[in-house]
Design a protein around this ligand. Structure first.
Ligand SMILES: C[S@@+](CC[C@H](N)C(=O)[O-])C[C@H]1O[C@@H](n2cnc3c(N)ncnc32)[C@H](O)[C@@H]1O
Length: 226
């Protein structure tokens, strides 16, 4: 059977918080730092999963909404944080939000499941306020898994079960141009201590310092540039 992203996350949902996504562990600190959530800021967390980032932004005092297309992931997110608004929505479709609603949009490790970046980024642009920021992370386009060896074989491999699009740097840059975003910051995040316990000692020695994730922070300019 061909990989199906929705089915993959339905399957992973119940274990997602106890068998965490290694990319999220690696990027977490930098992702939150680059998002810099502020009190009363309106944030959309797109592809929120079980709501890890959503919860963190809520705790910082932001007015946050989480969206995801997987009901099983959302159910866990809602159970943990019933006070936060979570909506089921496929980000390949137009968002049910009016223009210029959000100060920030975050999208952690989700755009790799999206075939056409242009329409999604154009929608993010539409619902951000002028001066607003989009912070998103993906697997690093030049990732090299050679030498990657886990201590224990997990019973779930996202790469095998879901559909992942390996967008190149030019694909991202073209989508930024198409939608009107300007690059504000780029942070490449290497394999680091946060996943040391998951890898064999040999593998960690080989991989340490090799780029695993990239985080883009994009700006919707106050005046649309040429
Ligand atoms: C790798 S997980 C990341 C979850 C979360 N951002 C985190 O920090 O743990 C990717 C999430 O994107 C969601 N997703 C994938 N494709 C989607 C789509 N087309 N629309 C909405 N959500 C999607 C999945 O259901 C999953 O929860």
């Amino acid at each position: 059977m061909s990989p199906n992203t929705l089915l993959a996350y339905k399957k992973w949902a119940k274990d997602y918080d106890t068998h965490p996504n290694p990319h999220i562990l690696v990027e977490h600190q930098d992702f939150v730092k680059l998002t810099d959530p502020q009190k009363n800021e309106k944030i959309l967390d797109a592809g929120c999963g079980t709501g890890k980032y959503t919860e963190e932004f809520y705790r910082a005092g932001s007015d946050v909404i989480g969206i995801d297309f997987c009901p099983e992931m959302l159910e866990i997110a809602k159970r943990k944080n019933p006070q936060i608004e979570f909506l089921k929505h496929n980000i390949n479709r137009g968002f049910p939000f009016k223009a210029s609603r959000f100060d920030k949009i975050t999208c952690g490790q989700t755009l790799k499941h999206i075939r056409s970046l242009n329409p999604v980024l154009a929608e993010f642009y539409r619902i951000l306020k002028p001066g607003g920021k989009l912070i998103f992370s993906v697997t690093h386009p030049e990732i090299n898994f050679e030498g990657f060896e886990m201590k224990y074989r997990p019973n779930f491999f996202l790469a095998e079960e879901s559909k992942i699009y390996h967008h190149k740097f030019t694909d991202y840059f073209n989508a930024f141009d198409y939608s009107g975003f300007l690059i504000d910051r780029i942070k490449q995040v290497p394999v680091n201590r946060t996943i040391k316990h998951l890898l064999t000692d040999r593998s960690y020695r080989i991989l340490k310092g090799r780029y695993e994730v990239i985080i883009f922070r994009l700006l919707k300019p106050k005046l649309r540039s040429l």
